[in-house]
Design a binder for this molecule. Structure first.
Ligand code: FDP
Length: 337
């Protein structure tokens, strides 16, 4: 179709720049895109589940209608297993990683970590949710089963990362370390089409995103930075606007396009914050840094954190426009307890 580039075409065109590429990574991106389309179809029907679902209805595969996050998890796992381009999956929904042990998958070079339906507490109220994923090259030898060490790699070693936003339209945004590109699903042809080439995040913005209800539980530096954001100062366009969907993908996506900072700090009750390093923070940090922004835990870069033996490790995260993340770091330094 003239003038429109689909995700699959784009991925293939990019792969042509790497003559040694085996095509596995392209297949993984295709599998993830396909599962995303199936999940968006179900997300769009979410409000109908009470009318249709609880009456014991079944879908075309004969499965009972399930909670959407379980449904999304099953779809992504099925697509990745079927594709044969990865040897293992870590998911927010599964305590342990999943080994894919058919011959084709065992010989694959990649593993995938994902949060199949992030922000799922928003589904019941028709607010945007998303899928977050990242891809690593395995450190274990192809031909055998994947190991925990394949998943516990530093974020700097990600080969690709992305998210799918199920919002007023469905978008897939991803990076392979050569910039960030966004694709919008055209429901009339069922394809993700390149709509946001070479996304760059503004170096500053006028939006801050944080669950301010936790204010009294934040450390001094974060509290002072929040006061700075809400103080009046014409020169720096303050006060900034507070925008918090409470759905990580939606909050990050807005800030990626418009500029801003997203914060999920540690609190007195959650000393490591809430967000998960492997399949929430690392992929988002990779995308935002590739777009020209920054992501830290308040002290160190998210991408340089060393995983500590647990797939579901949490970390505080401050992410977004570089000037704003640097400003926050100043407050954290100046008001450390
Ligand atoms: P949810 O619990 O709805 O899945 O990590 C999960 C997440 O949502 C993020 O999407 C979101 O940014 C954050 O939690 C919201 O947490 P709070 O409700 O504590 O603000």
């Amino acid at each position: 179709m003239i003038g429109i580039e689909t995700l699959d075409e784009f991925v293939i065109r990019r792969q042509e720049n790497f003559p040694d590429a085996s095509g596995e990574l392209s297949r993984l991106l295709r599998d993830i895109g396909l599962a995303g389309k199936i999940v968006q179809r179900e997300v769009n029907k979410a409000g109908l589940v009470d009318i249709l679902g609880d009456t014991g209805s079944v879908n075309v595969q004969g499965e009972k209608v399930k909670k959407l996050d379980v449904f999304a998890n099953n779809r992504f796992i099925a697509a990745l297993k079927m594709g044969g381009a990865c040897c293992g999956i870590a998911s927010e929904e599964n305590e342990n990683f999943i080994i894919i042990d058919d011959e084709l998958s065992q010989n694959a070079h990649y593993i995938v970590a994902l949060d199949p339906l992030d922000g799922s507490s928003n589904i019941d109220v028709n607010v945007s949710v998303g899928t977050i994923f990242c891809i690593y090259k395995r450190v274990s030898l192809p031909g055998g089963l994947c190991q925990l060490a394949d998943f516990l790699q530093q974020g700097t070693r990600q080969v690709a990362a992305g998210y799918i936003l199920y919002g007023s339209s469905t978008m897939l945004v991803y990076t392979t370390g050569h910039g960030v590109n966004g694709f919008t699903l055209d429901p009339t042809i069922g394809e993700f089409c390149l709509s946001h080439p070479d996304i760059t995040i503004p170096s500053s913005g006028t939006t801050y995103s944080v669950n301010q209800g936790n204010y009294s539980k934040f450390k001094k530096g974060v509290q002072k930075f929040i006061s700075y954001c809400s103080d009046e100062d014409k020169e720096t366009s303050r006060p900034y606007s507070l925008r918090y969907v409470g759905s990580l993908v939606a909050d990050i996506h807005r800030n990626l396009l418009k500029g801003g900072i997203f914060m999920y700090p540690s609190t007195s009750s959650m000393p490591y914050g809430k967000l998960r390093l492997l399949y929430e923070c690392n992929p988002m940090a990779f995308i935002v840094e590739q777009a020209g922004g920054l992501a830290t835990n308040g002290k160190d870069e998210i991408l340089k954190l060393s995983p500590e033996g647990n797939l579901h490790q949490r970390t505080p995260m401050f992410i977004g426009s570089s000037d704003m993340v640097n400003k926050l770091a100043e407050f954290i330094d100046n008001f450390s307890e």
